[in-house]
Design a protein around this ligand. Structure first.
Ligand SMILES: [Mn+2]
Length: 288
């Protein structure tokens, strides 16, 4: 499929949690004029603790480099896990531009702020040690989840169930953390007179309008395997690359909520304590 732009974040190359195969499939399925890598693409934090690098992860790097070489615009906006690259704001490596943030002009004239978003996360900003600790915990959660889904497959339980997604949506503090993050980004974008923001960082994919601005989060390639694409008319779409085990033979890409009815994808049946109504993706996909 040909789209105008692809936005991905939080791939976490170099870690066990990185679902590189799914990203390879996604990059095979989607061609674009622009590819925006919105932070935490390579996880230098985790690589300090031990490198986990697979052939599929190599393929991702090669596919990205090939796109840049073939004249597609590739921009890398570093996140906190690849913050070493932040020193190179404005520098181009080969054909890949590095920027701390960027304003993307969509085909419909809308202007979106692209940034990773960790500067809007009070935890990573002021308590780095806590963030690193949480990171190790998340790693563990993702690993336990991999075992659980293997078990589900063995027991022939259909569908995909995410422990990290479950924890995120059922722990009240995590929910309020996500909303605090979203609120401060929405506020910043409104202040700057832009139409929306496309970010990452919190591993929680979203595509929704909040009054006069659009809040978009690319999600991640550790747990939810999501990307944002911009079509040639400027419409944004949230794409989910994972597929239920039961339909493993179906095409690799499952498409989720499409604007103009942007949806925040949260698990169906999330407790009613959410600060605002939670919408479920139009295709009934319920994991995040
Ligand atoms: Mn991050």
């Amino acid at each position: 499929m040909k789209v105008r732009s692809i936005f991905i974040s939080d791939v976490h190359l170099g870690t066990r949690g990185c679902q590189a195969d799914r990203l390879v499939d996604f990059l095979r399925d989607y061609e674009s004029e622009n590819l925006f890598l919105i932070g935490d693409i390579i996880d230098f934090w985790a690589m300090n603790r031990g490198i986990h690098w697979t052939p599929a992860q190599n393929t991702i790097v090669q596919k990205i480099l090939r796109r840049a070489r073939h004249g597609q615009r590739v921009m890398f906006i570093p996140g906190n896990h690849d913050e070493a690259m932040r020193e190179y704001d404005g520098v181009s490596f080969g054909d890949i531009e590095v920027r701390l943030e960027h304003i993307h002009l969509a085909a419909d004239g809308k202007r979106y702020l692209l940034l990773h978003g960790d500067e809007f996360d009070q935890v990573t900003r002021y308590h780095r040690w806590l963030a690193v600790l949480g990171d190790v915990g998340y790693d563990l959660l993702v690993r336990v989840n991999a075992w659980l889904s293997r078990l589900r497959r063995l027991l022939r339980r259909p569908g995909y169930w995410s422990l990290a997604g479950f924890a995120k949506s059922h722990v009240k503090r995590a929910v309020s953390f996500i909303f605090d993050f979203e609120d401060s980004l929405i506020h910043a974008v409104r202040e700057r007179g832009l139409d929306g923001v496309i970010c990452g960082h919190i591993h929680s994919a979203a595509l929704r309008r909040v009054d006069d601005v659009v809040y978009v989060n690319c999600g991640d390639w550790v747990d939810s395997c999501t990307a944002i694409v911009e079509h040639h008319d400027g419409t944004l779409e949230l794409v989910r690359a994972w597929q239920p085990v039961a339909v493993a033979a179906a095409p690799a890409t499952v498409q989720a909520a499409v604007s103009p009815a942007p949806a925040l994808c949260v698990p169906a049946g999330t407790p009613g304590e959410l600060p605002r109504p939670a919408l479920v993706c139009s295709d009934g996909v319920s994991q995040l």
